[in-house]
Design a protein. Sequence first.
Length: 210
Amino acid sequence: MSRLTLTIVLVAIISGGALLVDAAAAKQAKPKRASASLKLTLASPSPGACPTPGVTTYETTCPDTDTCSCVTFTGSSTGGFGKGNVAGEFTLDNTNTTPEGNCTPFFGSLVLTETKTAAVTTLDVNGGLCKATTPETGQTLGGGFDFDPASTASTGSGSITGTVDSAGSAKLKLVGAIAPVAAASPTETPAPTAAPTTAPTTAPTATPTP
């Protein structure tokens, strides 16, 4: 086998190995089902959208022509997102309530801080806050959540549901699929290609003159 052929074979093997590494990384990032229970205490709404800067910029969402109000909350979390403390806020878009005035859309963000590791997970949420049919003094909450770009370790989305009583105590449930963000594979440096070796040329032997 010539040196040139050997070099080509080695480069092919190295490239194939890099592809196998990338495939393994993608397999490790497979999403898994996760759920969490939140117990929160909601403050009374204050006039205007939640201020900037807040937890993120998403909970400040309020169209210029709309009348909005801000609700802040604190509490605790258990389950698949870790056991720890929760804090956040959401803006109620009071202009776009349902025709009968029973459901109000909201845009919010919440931060979960795991007690043991101090790991922080930031979620963006949206949905509707509605007057409950029973009991009439309570409210129901439903919508969805997504990982905020500030959460660089995980990705995923899911649903958020729960109830709020007349005292502002909320019990919420998060259910979704999450996955670790796959680390970028190191760039493989291809082996240098050896130039083909040229056999030395032997000069012809001079014939002596008679």
